[in-house]
Design a protein around this ligand. Structure first.
Ligand code: UN1
Length: 517
């Protein structure tokens, strides 16, 4: 059995030990394996970390941006050298299939590759002035200290989307990882410090939700934070947004999704089924980009459903160290929430995808299960047809291996179903007709669109983010993230030797406005 780690917050590069009892984190795919004993810190520790980060940022912002980029480059190299160990830890602590864990760590490496040279490109502009002998400029300046609060389903990739560009741009970061990923947070923090970033510019504070809220509130009241980045549920995102609003701090909010996958009558059905299977059940449906509702044209609905049902029945489910479609739920909390969704099934729904529902056990087995189901939080894949817009299954994010399916007859109806839940993160359309593609793009409210590809699987350098209940319009990844981690500063320089007044001392033309040919 692999070792159990004792993990603590890491403040100013040192483990922050307290009297609090530690929280045990078990491998969700193997309950005999105790991954970590995590000691939580409180709001005081959060504020202390933010205070120290704020002081350290004053030095860090003076390091030239290309040199900060070198530290990002080092982080990319260190992550690459430790890719396998970190991927194994991701699989062990949250049960993500090992191939996906490797993909997740690669996403963090890709983020470093992108931002390493962005330090040499933190461009500002020279802007013409309306007066002679005067020049205007813009500069990107860091926001200061950024609090980053992330979910447990992407415990390396998603934090890296915030942390890497934030540090590159000269900010300090206080990171509050998910409670159920302390060992990964500890490992990622040590890798970041090993890359050479000064310890105080990257603080990691293990706290629970309520202590984080108190800590955030107090840190903002003390003017310690310039930005809050949050990835998680729409409900928590709303309250963080309110807190930020009261303190005039702008948040970056990446929230839930109910990502539609529209299958047009001319679609390649096998391809659509493959996409639905991966986005519906990959990561056990626990991605914010997971398939939220499959919207299938009535002429092919039954055919699609039959193939989707067969694909789900035949899929490998189980031990995440093996090549499976999905493994266990991330933690008990996610398993409990998923079970509550199964209680929301209604008489007009029909179930497909598996011989059983709910937890996979010896008494409720799944044919072909990989490994021993009794060891972990494993659930049957559930496909629900007959879902309507009035169903809570259609209206809310489910975050588990369940895929609602609904049917449409006209394109307008498909769009109504695709947008009607009010989320707007990712979306997908399967069609061979370019007109449908562009009509879909024009009418979908989601921030991200896939064509003949699944709703999940965004690349690390394309804008990532949503609208409506999925976020506040902020975008992460690539150059777009720079708008979140910097602010524009403008400068005007008058070298005429006299006071030139904007708007008033500007030359004009003697135009003959009555002139006609
Ligand atoms: C998330 O679930 O919060 O596009 C992020 C994807 C991944 C990232 C998901 N690259 O599915």
């Amino acid at each position: 059995m692999a070792e159990t780690r004792d993990v603590f917050s890491i403040i100013d590069g040192e483990p922050h030990r307290t009297d609090a009892p530690s929280v045990d984190i078990h491998n969700p795919g193997d309950s005999d394996d105790l991954v970590a004993r995590a000691q939580h810190a409180d709001a005081d520790a959060f504020v202390a970390a933010a205070r120290s980060a704020k002081a350290a940022q004053l030095e860090w912002r003076r390091v030239p941006a290309p040199v900060r980029g070198v530290a990002v480059h080092e982080l990319g190299l260190i992550l690459d050298r430790n890719k396998e160990a970190l991927s194994q830890l991701v699989t062990r602590e949250i049960g993500k299939p090992i191939a996906e864990s490797r993909g997740e760590v690669q996403e963090a490496i890709d983020t470093c590759i992108f931002f390493a040279s962005e330090g040499r490109r933190l461009y500002g502009q020279t802007v013409p002035s309306e007066m002679p002998d005067k020049q205007l400029f813009t500069f990107r300046v860091p926001v200061g200290t950024m609090a980053v609060i992330t979910a447990g389903n992407f415990p390396v990739a998603v934090p890296s989307w915030y942390v890497v560009p934030a540090l590159l741009a000269g900010n300090a970061v206080v990171w509050k990882p998910a409670e159920y990923t302390p060992a990964i947070a500890d490992a990622f923090t040590r890798l970041i410090h090993a890359a050479g970033f000064p310890p105080s510019v990257f603080q990691m504070v293990l706290t629970d939700g309520p202590q984080t809220t108190v800590g955030l509130e107090r840190a903002m009241a003390e003017d310690l934070l310039g930005k809050v980045g949050f990835t998680g549920s729409s409900e928590v995102g709303r309250s963080i947004g309110e807190l930020c609003g009261r303190n005039l701090v702008t948040p970056t909010l990446e929230l839930g999704g109910k990502n539609p996958l529209v299958v047009m009558p001319d679609a390649d059905l096998d391809l659509a089924v493959e996409g639905a299977l991966f986005s519906g059940f990959g990561t056990a449906g626990q991605r914010c980009t997971s398939l939220g509702v499959a919207i299938v044209h009535e002429s092919i609905h039954d055919d699609f459903l039959a193939r989707f049902d067969a694909a789900a029945r035949g899929a490998a489910v189980g031990d995440p160290t093996e090549p499976v479609l999905y493994g266990p739920m991330i933690s008990q909390k996610f398993a409990d929430t998923f079970e509550r969704w199964l209680e929301k099934l209604e008489p007009h729904h029909a179930l497909h995808g598996s011989t059983g529902q709910g937890r996979i056990t010896a008494d409720n087995p799944r044919e072909g299960f990989v490994g021993d189901p009794g060891k972990g939080l494993y659930y049957h894949p559930t496909i629900v047809s007959g879902v309507t817009m009035d169903d809570v299954l259609y209206q809310q994010e489910t975050f588990g291996p369940i895929v609602p399916v609904t049917r449409f007859s006209s394109f307008d109806e498909a769009m109504e179903l695709a947008n009607g839940h009010g989320y707007g993160l990712s979306s997908s359309i399967y069609t061979t007709d370019p007109r449908s593609v562009f009509r879909f793009r024009e009418n979908i409210t989601a921030g991200m669109i896939s064509v003949n590809n699944s709703t999940s699987g965004a690349e690390a350098h394309l804008p990532f983010g949503g609208n409506g209940k999925s976020g506040n319009g902020a975008r992460q990844s690539g150059i777009w993230m720079l708008e979140q981690v910097t602010r524009w500063q403008s400068m005007n320089w008058d070298y005429s030797g006299k006071l030139q007044k904007a708007q008033m001392d500007v030359a004009t033309f003697e135009a003959d406005r009555d002139f006609t040919l």
